[in-house]
Design a protein around this ligand. Structure first.
Ligand code: MSP
Length: 665
């Protein structure tokens, strides 16, 4: 077992109000922290706010405030949100606090004295929104390589950190520590970045251009570059240069959680800074994906930002936390729609979890006057009892592994599978029929087993939904609702004879108008019009051009298939994570998809019907066992399915949320 767990979120800019992206990282860190506490691992969880730099200065100017006033007002919105969302951070650091500023200045002074920071005349390009310098060759078509906005030509004296000299060391370090940057494809991204020569990092801004920052201790005309300042929060908050014992207790950090857009700063700037300071590296930097709406990143300009406070108000804090963790495959992008939220809420929480508790409390109320009955001594010798207990125990193992393996969505999925298994157990045992027998022992064993297994499932879900799971555990008669690992592994923690209480519906179903199902006549119409389902691989003819009008009489030229032939097709759901045009081929797009864990590249002839932006985030259906083919020199490892008729072409998708890699049959 680990001897400690120190987890961090990025510190958030206080230029605007928090959105779902901020809420996700913070809830993720909170859930990880809570699981570690449950596992008995001493835990420290840090979050905070990034208050210097151009973004905050600009927002302040626009609001007619000083930057400090802007920070003071906005930081409260983050702090209030974390309280609302039940976040259990141990510290909240603000970069305008003295405890942080002093440490940054000490580090700067030390690096300057040791020649790790030097002064030089700078001649190059500057991107104002990104606050980054670029050389001529970094630019993409004359614009910022990151945000693609225009850059300004700049010539001024500045201070530089000798980042470049650590390039080879960093490459070696990353290669020798495979867990350092996670997921693996992000490690490859950083390694790719490091194939270019690594420049020194400009760490100063002349006050004449930007005064809002930490003053350089060796030159009062300059302030520190906001990223150099911000990254230091991870050590200033835990006592670097101020409280040695505390610092030694928590550093190195176990996991820096970040979004994929701040990979370079965390996996290149930060490790080289630490190396220059002579400090050990964090154990892991984990980059998660983005929450998308309609296939694109949420942004204020696009007007598609999900407000976490509103979601928590509308559907409850725990349901919101659950959705964030269950829906996003850790590391990949996910889409946030209210429809998918409601669907998951009703399926997992209202139907599976809420109903199960309701059934148990009702039946214990009705058949045993509200007191938990005692099971048979050898209850687990019963085949069904053993099966359901084993399923729940398997979920404990999966969850434990998912926490260390950064695959929380899988652990939470296993807990919901366990809840479904308990519901199935009740359907199998039919306690309502057992109640009619004179011998009440089988009924008592059934209801106790259901309650005891639900106790474990609720314990597993506790770090994700602390309030609601405490209600479940209290309903089952537990006074101390804080779950502990050894109790999750033990049979017989609930005490027969204790009062089981009904506190009302746990997750009342959310009623939302669903899209109307097709009527029979509409179906006929579609069939009569002979719409086409085609496999969109331009290299090959479509295999299914004319579906039969009736099963017994296929149109001429279309053979009836034996099921065995159909079964040879491996159709799978695939999630599109990237899409790009192929140069010189108007109709083709190159797609990167995930099929379960596996990443593939598919060339599809759909560029006339879909833009790359519309595709990212979509779950489509592919033929997964097609021999790879080269199309215009680009390898295609599968084929998309789409329906087309006349001018129209639409991709085949699944009717609801389903993770990628699912078999379509
Ligand atoms: N202040 C810096 C971080 C400094 S850490 C030493 C910063 N702040 S931020 O407020 O702009 O962003 C914070 C985090 O929110 C980033 O990890 C970013 O990836 C994440 N998100 C912003 N939009 C997001 C989504 N739509 N989805 C998921 N996370 C996203 O960067």
């Amino acid at each position: 077992m680990q001897n400690k767990f120190y987890v961090t979120t990025p510190i958030y800019y206080v230029n605007d109000q928090p959105h779902v992206g901020h809420a996700y990282t913070t809830v993720l860190a909170d859930v990880l922290a809570r699981y570690h506490r449950l596992l008995g691992v001493p835990t420290f969880f840090l979050t905070g706010s990034d208050e210097h730099g151009q973004k905050v200065a600009k927002a302040a100017a626009a609001a007619g405030l000083t930057p400090q006033e802007q920070a003071d007002r906005t930081v409260v919105r983050f702090q209030q949100l974390w309280t609302k969302l039940g976040i259990t951070h141990d510290d909240f650091i603000r970069t305008t606090e003295d405890r942080h500023k002093l440490v940054v200045q000490q580090i700067l002074q030390d690096l300057f004295q040791r020649g790790e920071i030097y002064r030089a005349e700078y001649d190059g390009w500057y991107c104002v929104p990104c606050e980054r310098f670029f050389t001529e060759k970094d630019l993409v078509e004359g614009a910022c390589p990151d945000c693609h906005r225009p850059v300004d030509k700049i010539k001024e004296a500045n201070y530089f950190f000798r980042m470049g000299k650590y390039q080879q060391w960093l490459l070696d370090y990353i290669q020798a520590h495979p867990k350092f940057i996670q997921p693996d494809f992000r490690r490859n991204e950083t390694l790719g970045f490091l194939r270019q020569p690594l420049n020194d990092l400009c760490i100063s801004r002349p006050k004449s251009r930007l005064a809002w920052g930490i003053e350089l201790p060796f030159d009062a005309d300059y302030v520190c570059y906001v990223w150099f300042d911000a990254l230091v929060n991870y050590i200033s908050a835990i006592g670097y240069r101020s409280d040695d014992a505390k610092f030694r207790q928590w550093w190195p950090c176990s996991a820096h959680l970040i979004g994929k857009d701040i990979l370079t700063t965390h996996t290149v700037y930060w490790p080289t800074m630490l190396q220059a300071m002579g400090l050990p590296q964090p154990e892991m930097i984990f980059a998660h994906g983005w929450w998308l709406t309609s296939g694109s990143k949420m942004s204020k300009t696009a007007g598609n930002v999900v407000n976490p406070m509103e979601m928590a108000e509308r559907y409850g804090v725990d349901a919101f936390r659950y959705f964030l963790i269950a829906e996003m495959v850790m590391g990949q992008d996910a889409s946030f729609t209210e429809e998918s939220f409601v669907r998951r809420f009703n399926a997992d929480l209202a139907n599976d979890l809420g109903n199960l508790l309701n059934r148990i409390t009702n039946m214990v109320g009705r058949y045993f006057a509200g007191r938990l009955p005692a099971p048979a001594e050898d209850a687990l010798a019963g085949a069904e009892e053993k099966t359901v207990w084993d399923t729940v125990q398997a979920a404990v193992t999966t969850l434990e592994q998912s926490v260390t393996g950064m695959r929380l969505h899988e652990g939470v999925g296993a807990a919901i599978i366990a809840v479904k298994a308990i519901n199935r157990y009740l359907e199998l045992k039919q306690p309502w029929s057992l109640a009619k027998q004179a011998d009440k022992a089988p009924l008592a064993t059934t209801l106790f087993t259901a309650a005891e297994t639900l106790r474990v499932a609720a314990g597993l879900l506790f770090p994700v939904m602390p309030e609601k799971m405490a209600v479940v555990l209290r309903s089952l008669g537990l006074a101390d609702t804080t779950p502990k690992l050894d109790e999750l592994r033990a049979w017989g923690v609930l005490q027969p004879g204790t009062a089981v209480q009904d506190f009302g519906p746990l997750f009342p179903r959310v009623e939302k108008a669903e899209a109307k199902p097709e009527t029979g006549s509409q179906k006929t119409e579609v069939r009569d019009q002979k719409s086409e389902v085609s496999q969109i691989n331009p290299a090959l003819p479509s295999a299914i051009n004319h579906p039969p009008a009736t099963i017994s009489a296929p149109p001429p030229g279309v053979a009836l298939l034996d099921y065995a032939d159909f079964a040879k097709l491996d159709l799978r759901t695939a999630k599109i994570i990237n899409a790009a045009k192929i140069e010189g081929a108007d109709k083709l797009l190159k797609l990167d998809v995930f099929v379960g864990e596996e990443r593939r590249q598919i060339v599809a002839g759909i560029a006339l019907y879909y833009t790359p932006e519309q595709l990212i985030g979509k779950t489509v259906v592919i033929v997964a066992n097609l021999k790879p083919a080269k199309i215009r020199g680009v390898e295609s490892q599968g084929m998309l399915l789409a329906a087309s008729k006349g001018e129209k072409l639409l991709l085949v998708t699944v009717d609801g949320e389903l993770s990628s890699g699912a078999r379509v049959k």
